[in-house]
Design a protein around this ligand. Sequence first.
Ligand code: MRU
Length: 352
Amino acid sequence: MKFKTIEWKGDHIRLLDQRKLPQEIRYLDCRDSSSVAEAIRSMAIRGAPAIGVAAAMGIALAANKIQTCRSEDFRKSVNHVCNQMRATRPTAVNLFWAIDRMKRILAQVHSCGIDETRTNLEKEAIRIYKEDIGVNRKIGENGKILIHNGETVLTHCNAGGLATAGYGTALGVIQAAWAEGKRFRVLVDETRPLLQGARLTAWELVQQKIPTMILTDNMAGCLMKKGEINLVLVGADRIARNGDTANKIGTYSLAVLSRWHHLPFYVAAPTSTIDIALIKGKDIPIEERGPEEVTHFRGKQVTPKGVKVFNPAFDVTPHFLIQGIITEKGIIRKPFHKNLRKIFAIPNFKEA
Ligand code: MRU
């Protein structure tokens, strides 16, 4: 089954509601920016690139509906929506990257006028969407050499078409290798507490008939020890300029285990996930989500009432545990602080 994670429909945005997958294939039509912001916050749409696209489309949608003929009022109203989007989730930098792109278009309202700015905002949101699919395909092409026939790849969370405008980053690499005729299997961490691996990644891979097996989050070490894993491939939510990488909670543990077992650990991400302004991963804001995601399972409490819960959505893997970062511009290798600088053409920034 082919699916569309997000679609621009002119007067509304259609999202595949990921909270219901894989049991229910239900679409959510967002007709205003507040419902888009709520969809991001509640993770009806999730994954770093996908929330960037959703925010951009939400801003364009709002811009089309704002009624004023004063360009300063228009700028202020759209800016308010940008701030609303910024407040949805703190970790994935693609969100802020996409909003900043929209704000650069908005800044031209005084010279372009309101009508042209509305059109340009819509075009920019659609461009962000289309670019993301193209970038993911390039990531796939660049990364597919890392997977060999007969191997086993382990992935965590969901870095597939559902987490992006389409095709995926880590799953893009897996798909590109598979499309080339390589035959291998994929192990998918279930990814507690929201099960993005078991529900979403497995759903995507099974549709593509790629051999898939789900693991609970505590199994990887045992399988690595038995020699049953050859490569670990994950996505990213924000990469600092020294290569430290924030991704779904549990990623750091996998990286440590990979190092212990001498396994290659790769991150696949578009350059829009690289926060070149950020020196080190310790400065990445880590989202903490509500306790009910842990205490409850499908609406039913599974823990003692009143027990304390710690529920960070992400962790940070230090750069020295990462073999390479697969981007649309090629595989970036160590030293990351130098090679990322080249990609962004930034001379002489202070090293971490
Ligand atoms: O909390 P989520 O589901 O938005 O977290 C998603 C991840 O951690 C993904 O691995 C990451 O965004 C990469 S998506 C291509």
